[in-house]
Design a protein around this ligand. Structure first.
Ligand code: 3H9
Length: 706
């Protein structure tokens, strides 16, 4: 065996007449500089060595190649570039075969496309997911893919970023052969020897003919451009992808490659790429809470859910969908029937849309059982309580759980703000108590705040993270405080929005500015969707402890006093005429706001959308800094993931803390100090923000592994 002198992440070994080139760069064989150098050297060596008649490229471990090394983005480029490596592979005078298993994604698939023949085995995932990172395939993917499989299929693959199975890849013409054993090396070698025996020629994808029907290809581009313009919602790279594929049709291969490179570099430079790459790593980092290292997950075979309201039923559906059995507890038969009906409604909706069959529903519901007696929970491993938000009610539930649950059962509360420490302290096994804060609708929303009281055992936290994995949720570790991470930020940026409204901006302008920033809905639309009564109840609850000197905008209360709770009552901040889903501005609401301004002695002034967003984001970021400062969130990235997965924050901005870094913390702090001139109590700079600015540091510097 000859080891490459340059890097042992790529090894070379002559197997008969075939040079076996193995990429062995854990964890996922990403194409970092060493790998690129090793690949280039291997091809040079193959061309120079008369004993070599063909080259076989394989990946060691679970994947072929997961793509470019994402950690290199934004750093100075190190040669050789991936496009050069791919071109060199394609130019090899001897047949190059790529054998694909596991991930063959992004640059990994581009390496395979530069090879002359491709074989894959079951379980392989082929795709060009660059769009999800704000990029486009930048190593020939936009030029070779359409030449190989045609413009419509290439556009679909590149614009969606989805993974195709080996079987689909064969049908598309992306690979030549589907190996039927799981042994990728044996399959690859057998294929290489077969090609040699058949004197198979070097066959370059750049010369492939799938774009020969020029008119049809251009029509596909026009259609994709149209659809992308409608769907892209502020994203930069999708339209560049369409342009690059168009160049594959219009220009000679080498010109097309140059054009692709130019567009790739533009995407690489964009803040959206930085935001999306941050989100990619952040959503993996949140999984590494300290307790997941120290604790060992307990069994998770049977789950109990207390309460069959919207939340309880949503949680039950999430658990059932993960293949686990659920025992639901309600206080009487009628409530239990309502709980079951809530679950039926979710599944029947899917059946109506053709996304579920009646048989599948029946099989899923066979895992559901209900009872009005807590004794039915004696066997469960984990219980999630989702009853009325009242500390005494919850404590009564936990007393029952303490009585009936087996030793070691995890006892979780879905409270969104109550003191979990107090709940834990009220029973005999506080180390088993944890918060699992789901977001509504619980079977759809990806965020799960794992709220960790002081006395809880590490095993219980590890079990919560394991549950999140089974439910395909994104868990974020949070400490105990009013609102945890997400709702605590929400309360503050919502207060900033209320102040803006009383100071002169209309709720409709504020919502529009927030949407233009990239969120799907503005804060007042969210209130109307969730139900104004919920926030009203919380405000009344807090009234006694509210600082009498703090500004309190009463506009929402005036609407609630009229019974205008939003969509469910047909009006809130917006009007919802019969049958309409989107709201309409309501002149009566504007009149109420005017009256409130007068009552509060405020002379209304106008705000630009930019001024609105500066305040809105400064409030969010400042409170984000506070929750990190207090240890409620482990790191700024935990705040980012919470907002991305639970509150619709645009992924391409990476989250509020990443956004703050991109604006510059000194600018954010200067804004806060400016706003503080009007309301110093509300705009108190977070000590963490001040400290970071003084040190010239950013939030990213705190994003080390937990
Ligand atoms: C591209 O290719 C651009 C080119 O077109 C042009 C260039 C000129 N780089 O997800 P996991 C890490 S853009 C660096 O937990 P799984 C990951 O952070 C790229 N690191 O495993 C994690 O690290 P840690 C296009 C990477 O089995 C560890 O590997 N490619 C990369 O659930 C395990 O990851 C993509 O977008 C990378 N490319 O899933 C594919 N990928 O342990 C991105 C992963 O420290 N990757 N890591 O937390 C994936 O989709 C999944 O990771 C994959 C494995 C499906 C491969």
């Amino acid at each position: 065996m000859t080891l490459s002198p340059l890097a042992d992440v790529v090894t070379r070994e002559l197997r008969g007449k075939v040079l076996l080139v193995t990429i062995d760069h854990a964890p996922v064989n990403a194409l970092s500089a060493d790998v690129r150098r090793g690949l280039l050297a291997a091809i040079e060596a193959a061309d120079a060595d008369r004993a070599v008649e063909a080259v076989l490229i394989v990946g060691a471990g679970r994947n072929f190649i997961a793509g470019a090394d994402i950690r290199e983005f934004g750093k100075p480029p190190v040669p050789p570039s991936l496009p050069d490596v791919c071109n060199r592979i394609e130019a090899c005078a001897k047949p190059v075969i790529a054998a694909l298993h596991g991930a063959a994604l992004g640059g990994g698939l581009e390496v395979a496309l530069a090879a002359h023949y491709r074989i894959a085995v079951d379980g392989a995932k082929l795709g060009l997911p660059e769009v999800q990172l704000g990029l486009l395939p930048g190593a020939g993917g936009t030029q070779r893919t359409p030449r190989l499989i045609g413009a419509p299929a290439a556009l679909d693959l590149i614009l969606s970023g989805r993974h195709a199975s080996a079987k689909e890849a064969l049908a598309l013409g992306l690979i030549d052969r589907l190996g039927d054993s799981g042994d990728i090396l044996a399959e690859g070698l057998a294929y290489a020897h077969e090609l040699l025996a058949a004197h198979a020629p070097v066959r370059r994808t750049r010369d492939a003919a799938a774009l020969n029907d020029r008119a049809a290809s251009l029509a596909a581009v026009a259609k994709a451009r149209d659809e992308t313009a409608k769907k892209a919602r502020g994203l930069f790279s999708p339209l560049k992808i369409v342009d690059a594929v168009e160049a594959a049709i219009e220009q000679p291969f080498d010109e097309g490659l140059k054009f692709e490179r130019k567009l790739f570099l533009q995407c690489l430079d964009s803040p959206q790429r930085a935001g999306l790459v941050h989100a990619f790593f952040a959503e993996r980092e949140v999984l590494k809470a300290p307790e997941t290292r120290d604790g060992k997950p307990r069994a998770l075979e049977a789950i109990g859910v207390i309460g069959g309201g919207t939340m309880g039923a949503g949680i039950a559906v999430a658990v059932l969908d993960a293949g686990l059995p659920v025992t639901m507890i309600e206080r009487d038969e009628a409530s239990l029937a309502r709980g079951r009906a809530h679950i039926d409604k979710v599944y029947d909706g899917l059946i109506a849309k053709g996304r579920l069959t009646a048989e599948k529903k029946a099989a899923t519901m066979a895992r559901w059982s209900g009872s009005t007696s807590y004794d039915a929970l004696a066997h469960v491993d984990l219980v999630i309580e989702a009853v009325f938000e009242d500390l005494d009610v919850k404590k009564a539930v936990f007393a029952e759980l303490d009585r009936v649950c087996k030793p070691g059962a995890v006892l979780a509360t879905n409270t969104s703000y109550l003191d979990i420490e107090a709940i834990a302290a009220s029973i005999s096994r506080p180390a088993d108590v944890i918060g699992l804060h789901f977001f509504s609708p619980a079977n759809i929303m990806k965020l799960l705040e794992v709220v960790v009281p002081k006395q809880v055992s590490a095993d219980v936290v590890a079990t919560a993270f394991e549950l999140a994995k089974k439910l395909r949720k994104t868990p974020v570790r949070a400490g105990v405080c009013d609102g945890f991470i997400g709702n605590r930020l929400l309360a503050v940026y919502r207060a900033a929005a209320d102040a803006l409204m009383e100071d002169g901006a209309s709720p409709y302008q504020i919502d529009a500015a927030v949407r233009a920033f990239g969120l799907p809905m503005g804060p007042f639309q969210v209130v109307d969707l969730a139900g104004g009564d919920i926030g009203w109840a919380a405000r009344k609850r807090r009234a006694a402890t509210r600082d009498p000197n703090a500004r309190y905008v009463q506009i929402a209360d005036r609407l609630c006093e009229r019974g205008w709770f939003g969509q469910k009552t047909g009006r809130g901040f917006y009007l919802y005429p019969e049958g309409s889903r989107g709201g309409m501005p309501d002149p009566e609401v504007e009149a109420i706001i005017d009256a409130e301004r007068k009552r509060a002695g405020v002379t209304p002034r106008s705000f630009t959308d930019e001024q609105i967003m500066r305040r809105y984001m400064a409030a969010m970021i400042n409170e984000g800094a506070n929750v990190v400062h207090e240890g409620i969130a482990l790191r700024p990235l935990d705040v980012d993931v919470t907002l991305l997965y639970g509150y619709g924050f645009p992924r391409y901005r990476g989250g509020p803390m990443k956004y703050a870094d991109s604006v510059g913390l000194a600018t954010i702090l200067a804004d806060i100090r400016e706003f503080a001139k009007e309301d110093p109590l509300f705009w108190r700079p977070s000590p963490l923000l001040v400290e970071l600015v003084e040190r010239g540091a950013d939030f990213a510097s705190l994003n080390t592994t937990a």
